[in-house]
Design a protein around this ligand. Sequence first.
Ligand SMILES: [Ca+2]
Length: 525
Amino acid sequence: MWGILLVLVSLPNNAYTKQPNIVVIVADDLGYQDVGFRGSDILTPNIDRLAGQGVILENHIVSSICSPARASLMTGRYGIRTGFWKGNIKPNEEFGLGLDETLLPEMLKRNGYKTHGVGKWHLGMHTWEHTPPKRGFETWFGMFLGEQGYFSHKKIGRTDLRENYYDLDGNLVDNVRKDLKGKYNTYLYTDKSVELVQNHDQTKPFFLYLAYTAPHIPHEVPEEDADRFASHILGKRRNYAAMVSVMDEGVGKIADALTNNGMMENTIIVFTSDNGAYYKSVGSNYPLRGGKSSFLEGGVRGVTFVHSPLLQKSGYTNTNLHHVTDWYATFQKLAGDKPEEGSKAQLPIDGVDIWRSASNDEPCRDEILYELRDPSKRLDSQGRRGLKNVKKYPVQLKTTKMKFRKGDSRDAQEFFVIRWKNWKLLTGSGLEFQGWSPDRGLKEYRNFVNYNGELHPRSLVSGTFLFDLSTDIREEHNVADTYPNIVNSLLDKKQGYLDKVKVVEERNYSNAGMADGVWKPWVEL
Ligand SMILES: [Ca+2]
């Protein structure tokens, strides 16, 4: 009997002798509800089909904004460890994922994978060493920053689109693709991805990281696509909907390419959003509360599914708790990685291998740190002071105008947001609270109401909030007073996380990276 048990227990290590192909597709600022499988009016037949054949990960937590979600995906580590707990990287900021980090493509490359990156980076570009080809991507086609014109490929008037800008000898040959101006970037990213699949040498495992910018602002889409996909949707939401549908069509083309050249049988596709739809955008996180930049569920719960013929169980919605950090650990296992053989020391990983959880519906983790902010760990000038610093430079970076309650400031943000099983605790000061998206993003999206029935605009609040997500997915009822023991047991976990926080140092902001009509690294290491 013990022999049989041992065989069963050892199965996960030996179940797949062949390393799987891995395709990770990220959507940008996609609303929780804005796919067909969640009842949206937006057309996403390809995503729906792949999700339907695969496993929908209902409880997959990402981050509230772009850079931190990507940093966690790339490293398997919480933002507190990488310094991305501070938030996004600004275009002229000298900050990036630490060079001591081993990124996902780097890890897969050392295990024999051909590694390709397409789309949005947003993890640092002040030195060439921080950019994708130096972080494990053998080929790269995409942009360094967080957003750009979809046809111009420009941010603040400068082009940000490159392809394979190192030659085979490792010499920099800065290949800026200004020639692609006018071509819609979602199409460009799809076409490049299909080409990479078609040209793949199948004696090696394949890794593609495709980070679409859709449907992030600006809401630009070819007019014929707005007609083709979204003629049933009116108002500002029409372009957003069409952007999602063009991306969906791309996802379908990539899946077809994988099938047509015989790779699909041994491929794992993970699709996820990086954060929820923006609060005042036309996307919808219904029925969840809040959106982008908030740690309420509407901000952080992903549109996530995994598709693979390798899944033991498929065609179901999985409600186990998962976090964006988990993919690194999962792929490490599936690739047969031996971190001790890497050229860098493997830094501590917060993610867990969720393959059996997704594939066999086995529970895997009970706890997720959503975020921890402590001003004492910041030696820089963040928040309002940080924005003032940016204004010193000749180009005015767009900032969001927010109406906070008197006395509120991001300078004072000191909060801890944690999930344990069905419980979610938000505690501290400067917590960003928002209202609810309406169903299908109807035009009354500005009319947010709180649980007292009052208008509830975006605001920073202080206090202790405990929500039971098993009965209150909309985070309407604060039960902190009812369950003080739960609150205290979750608060007890704070110090352990606090001890792991990477201090964010003061750093420079410079416009030297945008000198020649092109965004370009400006710091020599
Ligand atoms: Ca985003």
